[in-house]
Design a protein around this ligand. Structure first.
Ligand code: F6P
Length: 487
């Protein structure tokens, strides 16, 4: 899919994106200078040309310390800073709103619920009301931005589940939402006291996208079970409710393959990758790599235990393999996350104390966020990438690793419970709960014959090249274009 085809498929007229995180954050440094960062994941960068072409608006929580130093009286600023092309409308959230909407409801209720981790599920009715109020504020901002004209609204993720139900009442708006995380089975969802309201909010979408067919099935079963009067047609992924229709489909997200491939091929990346190997490994050793936000869904402690089993079962690998774990601290204002981050570090220390010999230690834990050039160098340096979440919507680390492997024979060990496993069948697939089996698979990975590495990686790459983030977005907009005349 060329850039032109993809932009051609974008909605005619303005696009209004709504997301919790903003595409550009303004911060004030200690010396008073202003810095702007783009915490750009692939989705944000892929959206830039569309926003620039259509001159749309992005509505997001203004979370940077200097965000409102640069906005106008309507809390908007033109972005990207170096070539302004569209509006970013920042919402000012009070500390109480941030707590009830983001820290509590989004991160302590919806996140564990959707990842089927009920023992970590914390629900509070007062916080839910704050979540609802903040969703109303997002919707009101989008409606104001549309100025009474027709527009396509693209709502991102679980922070904004109640927004579509409000937008749907405005006839000229087409509403699409992409849910980036898993959707739980109805028997898990029933723990959420406001499950019905949540589902009704999502049924405000004309088009609702999930990562996998399994998520779509779970969502449709949930609607059938909790929303009285809704008629579900599972074969067509269609829900009819109160005279409105919602099409529910799976769109597995991908990565910007061309951007990763280009960066991976650069001489600077190669030099950095060589340095990483020299620092982390004895001569002839193998580098295992884990890259995660330090989130309890990522299965890092079990991964460490699998490494212990590997070293116990194959003592000849001691001094030869190192697990380099990038653990990016995340959501540390939420108690579960702060505790987990500490416990991961303690686990690593304990294992290192048990096995370290001379210069070598089995785990190197990097407890900080890293920039993209460095990340690509880690992908190039690794012999094996170990992606073992307990449950994950997609997991883009698996795809980024493959996108960076041209001319290299890295092995991908991937959890069956990551959405990515549905497409990446040539990875070595594991059940992350079966620690002994993960250890055996790691052994297989470090001893895999070069021809077999090559065969698997080239199949993985070929499939990834046929389904990039641009293809993903193009598929969604093709469906928007098909459905839109009916709105
Ligand atoms: O899909 C989960 C997600 O919201 C991602 O979009 C994002 O990369 C990650 O979690 C970060 O979470 P937060 O915005 O809470 O820091």
């Amino acid at each position: 899919m060329g850039l032109f085809d993809w932009i051609r498929r974008a909605p005619a007229g303005p696009l209004i994106v709504l997301s919790n995180r903003e595409p550009f954050v303004h911060q004030r440094a200690e010396n008073g200078s202003l810095a702007v960062a783009s915490p750009a994941g692939g989705l944000t960068s892929a959206l830039q040309p569309l926003m620039a072409a259509g001159g749309g608006t992005w509505v997001a929580w203004g979370s940077g310390s200097a965000d409102f130093d640069v906005t106008d009286a309507g809390d908007t600023v033109q972005v990207p800073p170096e070539r302004p092309a569209y509006r970013l409308r920042r919402l000012r959230l009070s500390p109480a709103e941030i707590a009830g909407y983001y820290l509590e409801t989004a991160n302590r209720a919806l996140w564990p619920l959707c990842h089927s981790q009920l023992t970590r599920f914390v629900y509070d009715a007062a916080d839910w009301l704050v979540y609802r109020r903040v969703n109303e504020r997002f919707a009101a901002a989008a409606i104001a931005e549309s100025g009474g004209h027709s527009a396509v609204c693209w709502v991102q993720d679980y922070h904004l589940a109640l927004v579509p139900g409000i937008l749907r009442r405005v006839r000229r708006l087409f509403v699409h939402q992409f849910w980036h995380i898993p959707w739980p089975p109805p028997d898990i969802l029933r723990a959420m006291p406001t499950a019905r309201t949540l589902l009704r909010g999502l049924l405000g979408n004309h088009l609702l996208g999930f990562q996998t067919a399994g998520d779509v099935r779970n969502f449709l079963s949930s609607v059938r079970r909790f929303v009285r009067g809704a008629v579900v047609d599972p074969a067509r992924g269609l829900v009819r409710h109160r005279g409105e229709r919602t099409l529910v489909r799976d769109y597995p997200i991908s990565v910007d393959v061309a951007a990763f491939t280009e960066r991976a091929a650069s001489a600077t990346t190669e030099a950095l990758a060589r340095r990483i190997r020299q620092d982390a490994l004895p001569r002839g050793g193998q580098l295992l790599l884990g890259v995660d936000r330090t989130d309890y869904t990522k299965g890092i402690p079990r991964r460490f235990q699998a490494l212990v089993r590997l070293l116990e079962a194959h003592p000849e690998l001691r001094g030869k393999v190192t697990l380099l774990q990038i653990g990016v601290p995340t959501r540390t204002d939420v108690p579960e996350y702060a505790e987990y981050e500490e416990s991961v570090a303690r686990d690593a220390e304990g294992i290192n104390a048990q096995f370290a010999a001379g210069e070598w230690a089995p785990i190197r834990l990097v407890r900080e966020s890293i920039d993209q050039p460095t990340l690509v160098a880690y992908y190039r340096a690794a012999d094996v990438c170990l992606v073992s979440p307990l449950l994950d919507g997609m997991n883009l680390v698996a795809k980024e690793f493959v996108a960076c492997q041209q001319g290299r024979l890295g092995v991908l060990v991937l959890s069956r419970f990551a959405g990515a496993a549905r497409e990446m069948r040539e990875a070595l697939l594991v059940n992350p709960y079966d620690i002994g089996a993960v250890a055996e698979t790691l052994y297989r990975a470090v001893t895999l014959a070069p021809e077999e590495r090559e065969r698997r990686m080239s199949l993985l790459r070929r499939r990834l090249e046929r389904h990039t983030i641009q293809d993903w977005m193009s598929d969604i907009f093709a469906e928007v274009a098909r459905l839109r005349p009916a709105t």
